[in-house]
Ligand binder design. Structure first.
Ligand SMILES: NC(=O)c1ccc[n+]([C@@H]2O[C@H](COP(=O)([O-])OP(=O)(O)OC[C@H]3O[C@@H](n4cnc5c(N)ncnc54)[C@H](OP(=O)(O)O)[C@@H]3O)[C@@H](O)[C@H]2O)c1
Length: 320
Protein backbone atom coordinates (compact mmCIF):
# COMPACT_ATOMS: atom_id res chain seq x y z
CA UNK A 1 0.00 0.00 0.00
CA UNK A 2 1.05 3.65 -0.34
CA UNK A 3 2.08 5.49 2.82
CA UNK A 4 3.74 8.80 3.68
CA UNK A 5 6.69 7.96 5.89
CA UNK A 6 9.62 9.68 7.59
CA UNK A 7 12.89 7.92 8.41
CA UNK A 8 14.19 10.62 10.74
CA UNK A 9 12.57 13.41 12.74
CA UNK A 10 12.70 16.87 11.22
CA UNK A 11 10.81 19.41 9.18
CA UNK A 12 7.76 17.92 7.48
CA UNK A 13 8.66 19.72 4.27
CA UNK A 14 11.99 17.83 4.10
CA UNK A 15 11.61 14.44 5.74
CA UNK A 16 8.40 12.97 4.32
CA UNK A 17 8.35 10.57 1.38
CA UNK A 18 5.67 8.61 -0.44
CA UNK A 19 6.58 4.92 -0.22
CA UNK A 20 5.11 1.56 -1.13
CA UNK A 21 4.94 -0.52 2.09
CA UNK A 22 3.53 -3.87 3.07
CA UNK A 23 0.67 -4.05 5.57
CA UNK A 24 0.31 -7.44 7.26
CA UNK A 25 -3.02 -9.19 7.62
CA UNK A 26 -4.78 -8.03 10.82
CA UNK A 27 -3.75 -9.97 13.95
CA UNK A 28 -6.35 -12.08 15.78
CA UNK A 29 -7.51 -9.12 17.87
CA UNK A 30 -7.31 -6.47 15.12
CA UNK A 31 -9.44 -5.11 12.32
CA UNK A 32 -8.12 -3.72 9.06
CA UNK A 33 -9.45 -0.30 8.13
CA UNK A 34 -9.36 1.33 4.70
CA UNK A 35 -8.65 4.96 5.58
CA UNK A 36 -11.02 7.42 3.92
CA UNK A 37 -9.82 10.76 5.32
CA UNK A 38 -7.24 12.35 7.63
CA UNK A 39 -7.02 15.94 8.86
CA UNK A 40 -3.76 17.93 8.89
CA UNK A 41 -3.38 19.10 12.49
CA UNK A 42 -0.68 21.16 14.25
CA UNK A 43 0.19 17.98 16.17
CA UNK A 44 1.15 16.23 12.90
CA UNK A 45 3.98 18.70 12.35
CA UNK A 46 5.14 18.34 15.98
CA UNK A 47 5.02 14.51 15.72
CA UNK A 48 7.23 14.54 12.59
CA UNK A 49 9.64 16.96 14.31
CA UNK A 50 9.82 14.63 17.30
CA UNK A 51 8.55 17.27 19.76
CA UNK A 52 5.04 15.86 20.31
CA UNK A 53 4.19 13.90 23.47
CA UNK A 54 3.87 10.75 21.32
CA UNK A 55 7.27 9.87 19.87
CA UNK A 56 7.69 8.30 16.40
CA UNK A 57 9.03 4.80 15.97
CA UNK A 58 11.30 5.23 12.94
CA UNK A 59 10.73 4.64 10.10
CA UNK A 60 7.25 5.96 10.91
CA UNK A 61 4.09 6.46 8.87
CA UNK A 62 2.96 10.07 9.46
CA UNK A 63 -0.50 11.19 10.58
CA UNK A 64 -2.18 10.89 13.95
CA UNK A 65 -5.90 10.87 13.20
CA UNK A 66 -8.37 9.56 10.65
CA UNK A 67 -11.52 7.75 9.71
CA UNK A 68 -12.28 4.78 7.51
CA UNK A 69 -14.28 1.68 6.82
CA UNK A 70 -13.55 -1.70 8.38
CA UNK A 71 -12.65 -4.11 5.59
CA UNK A 72 -11.28 -7.18 7.43
CA UNK A 73 -11.45 -8.68 10.91
CA UNK A 74 -8.90 -10.87 12.70
CA UNK A 75 -10.16 -14.33 13.76
CA UNK A 76 -11.18 -13.22 17.30
CA UNK A 77 -13.22 -10.24 16.11
CA UNK A 78 -16.96 -10.22 15.40
CA UNK A 79 -17.27 -10.30 11.56
CA UNK A 80 -20.32 -8.01 11.62
CA UNK A 81 -17.90 -5.08 12.08
CA UNK A 82 -16.97 -5.33 8.39
CA UNK A 83 -18.52 -2.39 6.55
CA UNK A 84 -18.85 -0.23 9.67
CA UNK A 85 -17.22 3.19 9.84
CA UNK A 86 -14.63 4.00 12.49
CA UNK A 87 -12.68 7.05 13.72
CA UNK A 88 -9.31 6.83 15.42
CA UNK A 89 -6.38 8.78 16.82
CA UNK A 90 -3.21 6.78 16.51
CA UNK A 91 0.11 7.17 14.65
CA UNK A 92 0.19 5.95 11.05
CA UNK A 93 -2.94 7.39 9.45
CA UNK A 94 -1.25 8.87 6.36
CA UNK A 95 -1.48 5.49 4.66
CA UNK A 96 -4.10 3.67 2.63
CA UNK A 97 -4.91 1.18 5.41
CA UNK A 98 -4.20 0.53 9.07
CA UNK A 99 -4.64 -2.42 11.45
CA UNK A 100 -6.12 -1.49 14.83
CA UNK A 101 -7.27 -3.21 18.01
CA UNK A 102 -10.84 -2.64 19.22
CA UNK A 103 -9.57 -0.26 21.92
CA UNK A 104 -7.95 1.98 19.28
CA UNK A 105 -11.06 3.13 17.40
CA UNK A 106 -14.69 4.13 17.92
CA UNK A 107 -17.56 3.53 15.54
CA UNK A 108 -19.15 6.50 13.78
CA UNK A 109 -22.46 6.72 11.92
CA UNK A 110 -22.00 5.76 8.26
CA UNK A 111 -23.85 8.90 7.14
CA UNK A 112 -21.20 11.20 8.63
CA UNK A 113 -19.00 12.58 5.83
CA UNK A 114 -15.38 11.33 6.20
CA UNK A 115 -14.16 14.96 6.21
CA UNK A 116 -16.13 15.43 9.45
CA UNK A 117 -15.62 12.00 11.01
CA UNK A 118 -11.83 12.20 10.66
CA UNK A 119 -11.72 15.23 12.98
CA UNK A 120 -13.83 13.89 15.85
CA UNK A 121 -11.20 11.95 17.78
CA UNK A 122 -8.89 14.87 18.51
CA UNK A 123 -10.37 18.33 18.08
CA UNK A 124 -14.02 17.59 18.80
CA UNK A 125 -13.21 15.67 21.97
CA UNK A 126 -10.73 18.40 22.93
CA UNK A 127 -13.34 21.13 22.47
CA UNK A 128 -15.80 19.20 24.65
CA UNK A 129 -13.17 18.47 27.30
CA UNK A 130 -11.87 22.05 27.49
CA UNK A 131 -15.37 23.35 28.00
CA UNK A 132 -15.93 20.77 30.72
CA UNK A 133 -12.65 21.74 32.43
CA UNK A 134 -13.55 25.45 32.20
CA UNK A 135 -16.54 24.56 34.39
CA UNK A 136 -18.62 27.62 33.50
CA UNK A 137 -22.33 28.23 34.05
CA UNK A 138 -24.74 30.01 31.72
CA UNK A 139 -24.03 33.74 31.23
CA UNK A 140 -20.40 33.53 32.42
CA UNK A 141 -17.61 34.76 30.13
CA UNK A 142 -15.24 32.44 28.27
CA UNK A 143 -12.24 33.88 26.43
CA UNK A 144 -10.66 31.91 23.57
CA UNK A 145 -7.39 32.56 21.76
CA UNK A 146 -6.70 31.15 18.25
CA UNK A 147 -10.48 31.14 18.08
CA UNK A 148 -10.63 30.49 14.36
CA UNK A 149 -8.92 27.12 14.82
CA UNK A 150 -10.94 23.96 14.42
CA UNK A 151 -10.90 23.47 18.21
CA UNK A 152 -11.89 27.12 18.72
CA UNK A 153 -14.82 27.00 16.30
CA UNK A 154 -16.19 23.88 17.99
CA UNK A 155 -15.80 25.35 21.49
CA UNK A 156 -17.80 28.40 20.38
CA UNK A 157 -20.68 26.19 19.19
CA UNK A 158 -20.68 23.91 22.25
CA UNK A 159 -20.50 26.94 24.58
CA UNK A 160 -23.43 28.58 22.82
CA UNK A 161 -25.54 25.49 23.47
CA UNK A 162 -24.85 26.06 27.21
CA UNK A 163 -25.53 29.83 26.98
CA UNK A 164 -21.92 30.60 27.91
CA UNK A 165 -20.75 33.96 26.51
CA UNK A 166 -17.67 33.59 24.30
CA UNK A 167 -15.16 36.29 23.44
CA UNK A 168 -13.11 35.02 20.51
CA UNK A 169 -9.61 36.37 19.82
CA UNK A 170 -8.35 36.14 16.24
CA UNK A 171 -5.53 37.81 14.35
CA UNK A 172 -7.35 38.42 11.05
CA UNK A 173 -10.59 40.39 10.60
CA UNK A 174 -11.70 38.08 7.80
CA UNK A 175 -12.60 35.44 10.44
CA UNK A 176 -14.90 37.64 12.46
CA UNK A 177 -18.19 37.06 10.62
CA UNK A 178 -17.95 33.28 10.70
CA UNK A 179 -17.21 33.22 14.44
CA UNK A 180 -20.16 35.54 15.14
CA UNK A 181 -22.35 33.22 13.08
CA UNK A 182 -21.19 30.21 15.13
CA UNK A 183 -22.25 31.97 18.32
CA UNK A 184 -19.40 34.18 19.63
CA UNK A 185 -20.68 37.20 21.57
CA UNK A 186 -17.60 39.27 20.64
CA UNK A 187 -14.72 38.70 18.23
CA UNK A 188 -11.55 40.77 18.76
CA UNK A 189 -8.45 41.11 16.61
CA UNK A 190 -5.31 40.91 18.76
CA UNK A 191 -3.21 42.55 16.00
CA UNK A 192 -5.30 45.68 15.57
CA UNK A 193 -7.39 46.17 18.72
CA UNK A 194 -6.58 46.93 22.35
CA UNK A 195 -8.01 43.63 23.52
CA UNK A 196 -7.25 44.31 27.19
CA UNK A 197 -9.46 47.41 27.20
CA UNK A 198 -12.14 45.79 25.05
CA UNK A 199 -12.44 42.67 27.22
CA UNK A 200 -12.73 44.73 30.39
CA UNK A 201 -15.42 46.90 28.77
CA UNK A 202 -17.40 43.90 27.52
CA UNK A 203 -17.22 41.76 30.67
CA UNK A 204 -16.89 44.32 33.48
CA UNK A 205 -14.98 41.99 35.86
CA UNK A 206 -12.99 40.07 33.23
CA UNK A 207 -13.27 36.56 31.79
CA UNK A 208 -14.29 33.74 34.13
CA UNK A 209 -12.28 31.21 32.14
CA UNK A 210 -9.66 31.57 29.42
CA UNK A 211 -8.64 28.82 26.99
CA UNK A 212 -5.23 29.65 25.52
CA UNK A 213 -3.49 27.84 22.66
CA UNK A 214 -1.04 30.63 21.80
CA UNK A 215 1.10 31.88 24.75
CA UNK A 216 3.76 34.55 24.14
CA UNK A 217 2.75 38.23 24.08
CA UNK A 218 -0.95 37.34 23.85
CA UNK A 219 -0.70 34.87 26.73
CA UNK A 220 0.84 37.59 28.89
CA UNK A 221 -2.17 39.87 28.37
CA UNK A 222 -4.58 37.11 29.40
CA UNK A 223 -3.51 37.29 33.05
CA UNK A 224 -4.70 40.91 33.15
CA UNK A 225 -8.14 40.15 31.75
CA UNK A 226 -9.07 37.20 33.97
CA UNK A 227 -11.88 37.84 36.44
CA UNK A 228 -11.33 37.31 40.19
CA UNK A 229 -11.29 33.53 40.79
CA UNK A 230 -10.82 33.17 37.01
CA UNK A 231 -9.08 30.21 35.44
CA UNK A 232 -6.55 30.04 32.59
CA UNK A 233 -6.30 26.68 30.83
CA UNK A 234 -3.26 26.25 28.58
CA UNK A 235 -3.69 23.68 25.82
CA UNK A 236 -1.47 24.77 22.90
CA UNK A 237 1.78 26.60 22.18
CA UNK A 238 1.20 28.08 18.75
CA UNK A 239 3.45 31.12 19.27
CA UNK A 240 6.27 28.97 20.72
CA UNK A 241 7.06 31.89 23.05
CA UNK A 242 6.90 31.94 26.82
CA UNK A 243 4.47 34.00 28.87
CA UNK A 244 5.41 36.38 31.68
CA UNK A 245 2.99 37.20 34.45
CA UNK A 246 3.13 38.81 37.84
CA UNK A 247 2.66 36.66 40.94
CA UNK A 248 0.67 39.62 42.34
CA UNK A 249 -1.97 39.31 39.61
CA UNK A 250 -2.41 35.60 40.27
CA UNK A 251 -2.46 36.05 44.06
CA UNK A 252 -4.82 39.03 44.31
CA UNK A 253 -7.27 37.56 41.78
CA UNK A 254 -7.16 34.10 43.43
CA UNK A 255 -6.57 32.80 39.91
CA UNK A 256 -6.04 29.20 38.81
CA UNK A 257 -3.70 28.14 36.04
CA UNK A 258 -4.20 24.65 34.59
CA UNK A 259 -2.79 22.61 31.73
CA UNK A 260 -4.85 20.42 29.44
CA UNK A 261 -3.75 17.39 27.44
CA UNK A 262 -6.31 15.17 25.75
CA UNK A 263 -4.61 11.87 26.65
CA UNK A 264 -4.58 12.50 30.40
CA UNK A 265 -8.14 13.85 30.22
CA UNK A 266 -9.24 10.63 28.49
CA UNK A 267 -7.47 8.53 31.10
CA UNK A 268 -9.43 10.43 33.78
CA UNK A 269 -12.72 9.12 32.32
CA UNK A 270 -14.26 5.67 32.49
CA UNK A 271 -14.91 3.81 29.24
CA UNK A 272 -18.63 4.27 29.90
CA UNK A 273 -18.24 8.05 30.29
CA UNK A 274 -16.16 8.28 27.11
CA UNK A 275 -18.74 6.20 25.24
CA UNK A 276 -21.55 8.50 26.25
CA UNK A 277 -19.55 11.65 25.37
CA UNK A 278 -18.73 10.10 21.98
CA UNK A 279 -22.41 9.31 21.40
CA UNK A 280 -23.37 12.91 22.28
CA UNK A 281 -20.75 14.41 19.96
CA UNK A 282 -21.36 12.10 16.99
CA UNK A 283 -25.10 12.80 17.30
CA UNK A 284 -24.46 16.56 17.30
CA UNK A 285 -22.13 16.22 14.29
CA UNK A 286 -24.51 13.98 12.28
CA UNK A 287 -27.49 16.24 12.95
CA UNK A 288 -25.56 19.33 11.83
CA UNK A 289 -25.87 20.91 15.30
CA UNK A 290 -22.07 20.84 15.50
CA UNK A 291 -20.43 22.11 12.32
CA UNK A 292 -16.89 20.77 11.83
CA UNK A 293 -15.22 22.69 9.07
CA UNK A 294 -12.55 22.04 6.49
CA UNK A 295 -11.32 24.27 3.68
CA UNK A 296 -9.54 22.08 1.13
CA UNK A 297 -9.18 18.43 0.21
CA UNK A 298 -5.96 16.96 -1.25
CA UNK A 299 -5.22 13.40 -2.36
CA UNK A 300 -2.86 11.55 0.00
CA UNK A 301 -0.21 11.42 -2.73
CA UNK A 302 -0.38 15.22 -2.98
CA UNK A 303 0.73 15.64 0.65
CA UNK A 304 3.49 18.10 -0.34
CA UNK A 305 0.98 20.53 -1.90
CA UNK A 306 -1.32 19.99 1.09
CA UNK A 307 1.41 20.92 3.58
CA UNK A 308 2.44 23.95 1.52
CA UNK A 309 -1.17 25.11 1.44
CA UNK A 310 -1.52 24.54 5.21
CA UNK A 311 1.70 26.45 5.97
CA UNK A 312 0.99 29.35 3.61
CA UNK A 313 -2.71 29.86 4.27
CA UNK A 314 -3.51 28.25 7.65
CA UNK A 315 -6.42 26.52 5.91
CA UNK A 316 -7.97 23.39 7.41
CA UNK A 317 -6.83 20.56 5.14
CA UNK A 318 -8.16 17.04 4.69
CA UNK A 319 -6.08 14.33 3.00
CA UNK A 320 -8.21 11.75 1.15
N1 LIG B 1 -3.72 19.93 24.43
C1 LIG B 1 -4.36 19.09 23.63
O1 LIG B 1 -4.63 17.94 23.98
C2 LIG B 1 -4.76 19.57 22.26
C3 LIG B 1 -5.63 18.81 21.48
C4 LIG B 1 -6.00 19.31 20.22
C5 LIG B 1 -5.49 20.52 19.76
N2 LIG B 1 -4.61 21.18 20.56
C6 LIG B 1 -4.05 22.47 20.14
O2 LIG B 1 -5.12 23.31 19.78
C7 LIG B 1 -4.62 24.31 18.90
C8 LIG B 1 -5.55 24.43 17.70
O3 LIG B 1 -5.50 23.22 16.96
P1 LIG B 1 -6.38 23.08 15.62
O4 LIG B 1 -6.10 21.77 15.00
O5 LIG B 1 -7.77 23.43 15.98
O6 LIG B 1 -5.74 24.25 14.75
P2 LIG B 1 -6.05 24.72 13.25
O7 LIG B 1 -7.47 24.44 12.89
O8 LIG B 1 -4.97 24.21 12.37
O9 LIG B 1 -5.90 26.29 13.37
C9 LIG B 1 -4.74 26.88 13.86
C10 LIG B 1 -5.15 28.28 14.31
O10 LIG B 1 -4.11 28.81 15.09
C11 LIG B 1 -3.94 30.16 14.76
N3 LIG B 1 -2.54 30.50 15.01
C12 LIG B 1 -1.45 29.85 14.55
N4 LIG B 1 -0.33 30.44 15.02
C13 LIG B 1 -0.74 31.48 15.79
C14 LIG B 1 -0.06 32.46 16.54
N5 LIG B 1 1.28 32.51 16.60
N6 LIG B 1 -0.81 33.39 17.20
C15 LIG B 1 -2.16 33.36 17.15
N7 LIG B 1 -2.86 32.44 16.45
C16 LIG B 1 -2.15 31.51 15.78
C17 LIG B 1 -4.32 30.26 13.29
O11 LIG B 1 -4.74 31.57 13.08
P3 LIG B 1 -5.03 32.19 11.64
O12 LIG B 1 -6.42 31.67 11.31
O13 LIG B 1 -4.98 33.64 11.87
O14 LIG B 1 -3.95 31.68 10.73
C18 LIG B 1 -5.44 29.24 13.18
O15 LIG B 1 -6.68 29.83 13.42
C19 LIG B 1 -3.20 23.88 18.53
O16 LIG B 1 -2.30 24.57 19.35
C20 LIG B 1 -3.19 22.42 18.89
O17 LIG B 1 -1.88 21.94 19.16
C21 LIG B 1 -4.25 20.75 21.80
Amino acid sequence: MNAIIFKESGSWTDTLELTETILNEPAADEVQIKILARPVNPSDEMFIKGIYRQKPSLPQIAGLEGTGIIVKCGPSIEKSLVGKHAAFRTPGTWAEKINLKLSQFRLVPGNLPPETACQLSLNTLTAFALLEQAGLSANQWLLLTAANSSVGRQIIQLAKQKNINVIAIVRKDEHKNLLFSLGARAVLNSETQNIEEEIKTITGMGANAILDAVGGRLGTILFNVAAPFGKIIIYGRLSNENVSFSYGTVIYKNMKMEGFGIDSWMKSKTEEELGSIWEELTTLASSGALYINYDEIFGLANYKEAITCYKNTGKRIILK
